[in-house]
Design a protein around this ligand. Structure first.
Ligand SMILES: Nc1nc2c(ncn2[C@@H]2O[C@H](COP(=O)(O)OP(=O)(O)OP(=O)(O)O)[C@@H](O)[C@H]2O)c(=O)[nH]1
Ligand SMILES: [Mg+2]
Length: 381
C-alpha cells in the first residue's frame, strides 16, 4: 500500500507551513531542507540476499574496499563514501538483526538499491522482507546481479518479474548488471535522486519543522478579542440591569425622589465602568476608554421623572437601555482601533502558522517514523 504522503501533498503542506511561519519566525533550517535538491553525495542503502553482490557493488560505486567479516560476509550496516556516493552496505536480507540497524539509518538515505540475484530471481517473500525494512513511500531502485551468468534470452523474463515486484516503489525499470563491474552509466542512473521520496530530505524537513514549531511556541498569542468583547458586553449589560433594578427599587420604595434617580443610576454605572475598565487593562492590556457621563441621554428625560413613579421607571429603563448600547458600541470601537486590530491579525497569523506546521509534522511523522517498519525477516527458501 502506498504511504499517504505523496511527494506533492507533502511539499504542499510544507510550503504552506513555510509561507505562514516565515512571516513570523526564523525558518532558515526548514527553507534549506525544503529547497535541498542538488546536495551530493547520493546516499543509497543497498539491500539484497546474502552473497548477491552488495559489497562488490558498493566497492565499485565508491572506489573503496569494504571491511568484511569471515569469508567476505558483511556483518552489520557499513557506511562507505567515494565518487559522489555515500553507500550503506548491509548484511543479507535473511538476517534477523537487520531491522533496527536499517531503521536507525533511514533518515540518512535518499533511496534504496534492491539488488536481486539473477540466478535466484526475486520472490514475493524477498519483496515482503524489503517492505518490512523500508517504508512504502521510499524509492527502490531494482538491480539484477550476475548478468554474466544469465543469457540475454532469460534476462528479459526475470526483469519483467522484478519490475512487477517493485510496483508502487517509484516505478524504476530494473537493470541487469555484473555487480563486480557494472556499466559506467550506472553512476548516472543511481545519482538521479527523487527528492519527493528521499527520507534524508524528509528528516531534514522534520527537523526544520521542529525548530519552527518551537520558535512559534515562544511567540505570545494576543488575546482573543472577539471572546473578550462578548464577555465584557455581557458583563456590562448585567451591570446596567443590576444598577437599574437597585435604583428602581429605591424609587418605588420612596427612598429616592424621581429627580435624583437618574444621576444616581449614572453614578453607579460610572463606578462599574471604571472597575471593568481597570480589569480589562489588568487582564488583557486593553482600554475601554469610555465614561458614561459622556452619554447624551438623561437630561431630556428628567422632566418625565417628575410625572410619577411609573413614568420615572419607564424613563429609567429607557436610559439604562440606551447606556448599555452606548457602552457596547464604545467597547467595540475600542477593540477595532488600529493598534488593537493589529493584535487581532497577529493572533490569527500565529494560530494559522502553528496549525500549518503541526499539519506538516503530522504528515511527515508517519513517513519517517516508519509506520510499516516491523520485524519480518526473509524466510530462507
Ligand atoms: N559472477 C558474478 N559474481 C558476482 C557478482 N556479484 C558478486 N559476485 C560475487 O559474489 C560473491 C559475493 O559477493 P559480495 O559482494 O560479497 O556479496 P554480498 O551481497 O556483499 O554478500 P553478504 O555481505 O554476505 O551479504 C563474491 O565472490 C563476488 O565476487 C556478479 O554479478 N556476477
Ligand atoms: Mg557484503
Amino acid at each position: 500500500m502506498e504511504h499517504r504522503v505523496s511527494g506533492t501533498s507533502l511539499d504542499d503542506v510544507v510550503c504552506q507551513a513555510l509561507l505562514l511561519a516565515g512571516a513570523l519566525v526564523e525558518t532558515k533550517a526548514l527553507r534549506e531542507a525544503f529547497e535541498a535538491r542538488e546536495e551530493a553525495p547520493s546516499r543509497l542503502l543497498i539491500l539484497g540476499r546474502q552473497g548477491v553482490g552488495k559489497s562488490s557493488l558498493a566497492a565499485w560505486l565508491t572506489g573503496e574496499s569494504l571491511q568484511r567479516g569471515l569469508l567476505g560476509v558483511t556483518e552489520g550496516v557499513t557506511c562507505v563514501e567515494g565518487r559522489g556516493f555515500l553507500i550503506f552496505d548491509t548484511p543479507g536480507l535473511e538476517g534477523p538483526e537487520l531491522q533496527p540497524q536499517v531503521a536507525a539509518r533511514l533518515t540518512e538515505i535518499d533511496a534504496v538499491v534492491w539488488l536481486v540475484d539473477g540466478l535466484m530471481p526475486a520472490t514475493g517473500t524477498e519483496r515482503a522482507a524489503l517492505d518490512a525494512l523500508v517504508p512504502a513511500w521510499v524509492r527502490v531502485i531494482p538491480l539484477i546481479a550476475r548478468s554474466d551468468l544469465v543469457s540475454s534470452a532469460e534476462q528479459a523474463g526475470v526483469a519483467g518479474r522484478v519490475q512487477g515486484l517493485t510496483v508502487g516503489r517509484g516505478g524504476v525499470t530494473p537493470w541487469w548488471i555484473d555487480a563486480r563491474t557494472p556499466p559506467p552509466e550506472l553512476v548516472g542512473h543511481l545519482s538521479a535522486i527523487d527528492w519527493t521520496r528521499s527520507p534524508r530530505r524528509h528528516g531534514a524537513i522534520a527537523e526544520g519543522l521542529e525548530r519552527t514549531a518551537s520558535a512559534l511556541q515562544h511567540l505570545p498569542i494576543p488575546p482573543d478579542l472577539d471572546a473578550i468583547a462578548d464577555r465584557w458586553s455581557s458583563r456590562w449589560r448585567d451591570a446596567v440591569r443590576s444598577c437599574l433594578s437597585t435604583t428602581a427599587r429605591d424609587l418605588t420604595a420612596g427612598r429616592r425622589r424621581a429627580r435624583a434617580a437618574s444621576p444616581t443610576l449614572r453614578r453607579a454605572l460610572v463606578e462599574v465602568v471604571a472597575s471593568l475598565d481597570a480589569e480589562l487593562h489588568r487582564e488583557h492590556g486593553l482600554r475601554w476608554g469610555w465614561r458614561p457621563e459622556s452619554a447624551t441621554v438623561g437630561a431630556s428625560l428628567l422632566s418625565e421623572l417628575v410625572g410619577g413613579t411609573a413614568s420615572a421607571l419607564r424613563a429609567l429603563r429607557a436610559e439604562a437601555a440606551s447606556l448599555a448600547a452606548e457602552g457596547e458600541l464604545a467597547l467595540n470601537d475600542a477593540l477595532q482601533a488600529p493598534g488593537v486590530e493589529r493584535l487581532r491579525a497577529q493572533r490569527v497569523a500565529i494560530l494559522a502558522a502553528r496549525a500549518a506546521v503541526e499539519r506538516a509534522q503530522r504528515e511527515l511523522s508517519g513517513a519517517i517514523g516508519g509506520s510499516n517498519v516491523s520485524q519480518a525477516p526473509l524466510r530462507s527458501t
